[in-house]
Design a protein around this ligand. Structure first.
Ligand code: NAD
Length: 467
């Protein structure tokens, strides 16, 4: 099929490349000329494993082009909209201006019979509104939410776990056109769900709301574990064995971030408020709050590790991306913690295998180093904030030989506490006890001790009364 993809960021560039690799004739359109030039030269403007190689081989077939000129999309039969829908400044709602701009730029070149397919994540009701803009051209609109994960974007695009089409009532042609686009995935039995617009839009945001809730649930358990001396990682393993619960997305740690989950749950709440059903989603407010509280806790653990004040202390930050195998630092908990450490007076040296340049754009004030060995040299405390394999595999003795103080805070529960403690490290992690058998604030005292304390209180009370 002849396909255009409008918006070539993390989603669109991968989608365009994969569609061409599957045999379609694709043009990727973006307003960012530098991005278009980089993609056309097989240089991915962001890090996604395998994308560089795939771009190169696919561009060589002649089936993939990139352009800034929307007129180059004119002869496509299917137009995917993959522009951003970030959080509006000063509001929880989604900024739909890019989606509107993309649709309005496309309208003059749309051929009758063409299908415009929304991929961007939008508030429910957006497709119905946009379909009126497209209708006069004789083209039609469908919504086909995208579920790819950064870091696995290529395999998720080529082999999705499900395909959802939201189509206008009675638009059988839209389903047929999309079936042709996704013929490969459908041929191997990928489940397909055909819905109306509203359901398709809601599928995406409710899936993200569920995933965010699952992460915040285990992080809430981490808070309880911290108050009681329990170990949240064992708790997650134990409850995860229940097939109804499942172990995935139950990793307690610094919480979720990135260009999707945080802004999507906020936009969902904002839309529910407009629809006067905000009560249905009040729990998402807690999900968001739990997620953000983990960052405070991380800074507290670092402060504790250096003896009470971060002022003048050297902190090594390992990891800036919101997750491994990505350079995406949008709403990254790791980058936020790095900035908070600086605000608390620490001297921070931060590193990441792929995200230094994207982080620098947002936080130029941080001191970045290319290599983790430069980050940890002379450090009073080491913080692991993104669970890259490089950091999971760190050798406690090798790191220990260059730091000032053997203190580490594991923000992703990705290191082995036994191994680090045996090497003489002060090891702390979110949701885990300070050390085996350590005292904790929530310990229930033995009755005998409590009796003795009550006795002492009486005596103190008597003394106070007598004074
Ligand atoms: P992004 O910011 O990386 O990419 C958006 C691109 O659109 C940019 O390159 C920008 O220059 C371009 N653009 C903006 N206005 C344009 C216009 N009028 N015409 C042409 N191009 C234009 O964002 P992203 O992460 O790719 O996300 C895009 C959408 O996909 C969002 O709605 C997001 O929620 C959704 N989504 C993203 C992912 C993901 O993992 N990144 C996964 C699923 C869904």
């Amino acid at each position: 099929m002849r396909i255009s993809v409008i918006g070539c960021g993390y989603l669109g560039a991968v989608h365009a490349t994969c569609m061409a690799q599957l045999g379609h004739d694709v043009v990727g359109i973006d307003v960012d000329a530098a991005k278009v030039a980089a993609l056309a030269a097989a240089r991915p403007p962001f890090f996604e494993p395998g994308l560089g190689e795939l771009l190169e081989s696919t561009l060589a077939t002649g089936r993939l082009r990139f352009s800034t000129d929307i007129a180059d999309a004119a002869d496509a039969e299917v137009h995917f909209i993959a522009v951003g829908t970030p959080q509006l400044a000063g509001s929880d709602a989604a900024d739909l201006s890019y989606v509107r701009a993309a649709i309005y730029s496309l309208v003059p070149v749309l051929a009758p019979g063409a299908l415009v397919v929304g991929k961007s994540t939008v508030p429910v009701g957006t497709a119905a509104m946009l379909s009126h803009v497209i209708q006069p051209t004789g083209a039609r609109l469908a919504w086909n939410p995208e579920f790819l994960r950064e870091g696995f974007a290529i395999s998720d695009t080529v082999s999705p776990d499900r395909i959802v089409y939201g189509v206008a009532p009675g638009d059988a042609l839209a389903e047929a056109q999309l079936d042709e686009v996704y013929a490969g995935a459908l041929a191997v039995g990928t489940p397909k769900v055909v819905t109306d617009y509203a359901t398709a839009e809601l599928v995406k945001v409710s899936a993200n709301a569920f995933l965010a809730t699952k992460i915040s649930f285990i992080n809430a358990m981490a808070e309880i574990a911290e108050a009681t001396g329990a170990d949240v990682t064992q708790l997650a393993d134990a409850i995860g064995h229940d097939a109804r619960i499942g172990r995935r997305f139950l990793n307690a740690g610094l919480g979720f971030g990135g260009g999707c989950l945080p802004k999507d749950i906020r936009a969902f709440m904002a839309r529910a408020e407009e629809l006067e059903v905000d009560q249905a989603l009040t729990f998402l407010r807690s999900v968001d709050a739990i997620n953000l509280r983990r960052r405070d806790r991380m800074v507290d653990l670092a402060r504790e590790a250096v003896g009470g004040s971060l002022a003048g202390k050297r902190a090594a930050v390992l990891g800036l991306a919101f997750k491994p195998n990505s350079d995406d630092v949008r709403d990254s908990p790791a980058l936020d913690v790095a900035a908070r450490l600086v605000a608390a007076g620490a001297s921070v040296r931060a590193t990441d295998p792929k995200a230094i340049e994207t982080a620098r754009l947002r936080h130029p004030e941080l001191h970045y180093v290319e290599d983790w060995t430069d980050a940890v040299r002379g450090a009073d405390v080491v913080l692991v904030l993104t669970e890259w394999d490089d950091y999971r595999r760190l050798d406690p003795d090798a790191v220990g030989s260059v730091v000032t103080r053997r203190a580490i805070v594991d923000g992703r529960n990705c290191l082995d506490p036994v191994q680090w403690r045996e090497a003489g490290w002060h090891y702390r992690a979110l949701g885990r006890p300070p050390a085996v058998g350590a005292e904790h604030p929530g310990a229930v005292q033995p009755e005998a001790e409590r009796g003795a304390e009550r006795e002492a209180d009486h005596v103190r009370g008597d003394v106070v009364r007598q004074q």
